[in-house]
Design a protein around this ligand. Sequence first.
Ligand code: FMN
Length: 180
Amino acid sequence: MTDLMGIIKGRRSIRRYQDKEVPDELLNQVLEAIQWAPSWANTQCWEMIVVKDPGNKEKLKETLPTMNPAGKAVVQAPIVLVLCAKVKSSGYYKDKVTTKFGDWFMFDLGIATQTICLAAHDVGLGTVIVGLFDHDKAKEALRVPEGYELVTLIPLGYAAKGSAAPKRREISEFTHHERF
Ligand SMILES: Cc1cc2nc3c(=O)[nH]c(=O)nc-3n(C[C@H](O)[C@H](O)[C@H](O)COP(=O)(O)O)c2cc1C
């Protein structure tokens, strides 16, 4: 049995990568993990672009502000997974939103993203979720069609350097009993 808590607690955001290829077999295992992520009414609204070309990675890096500490990771990692979503499907029924939260694609992609990061960590690969960048510029660079949004960049590869876990809130700080 896998040590699930060990994987959950041991995953860290990796911002420095070794110059070492990721075997296709491991990449496929990570992609297979997304396939099994839960989603609204099993909508599976995700689309994944696997970026390996240095020129494309450079274009993506240019969409990050200089203050984003993940800039180097986007060009250094051998692979950048670019997670996109089909809009107006998750949370919809007969073309109408069903809840006050509207489109649930961000929620479904959040679950898919964590699934990717945990599966990657399980096979010895590092990741970092990148959310701070110019999404429209990245969308244009990778020719994401209308009706889809490009949401996160996830550099994937072998960690060059680990990092300490940032401090977490205590369970008692965020857990409420019976009422908020
Ligand atoms: C939605 C989301 C967006 C993020 N965007 C960035 C980012 O743009 N740049 C970056 O360096 N880290 C980014 N992170 C990583 C967080 O900073 C990191 O998960 C957090 O500090 C906790 O550290 P840990 O992942 O090592 O546990 C993002 C994380 C999430 C969940």
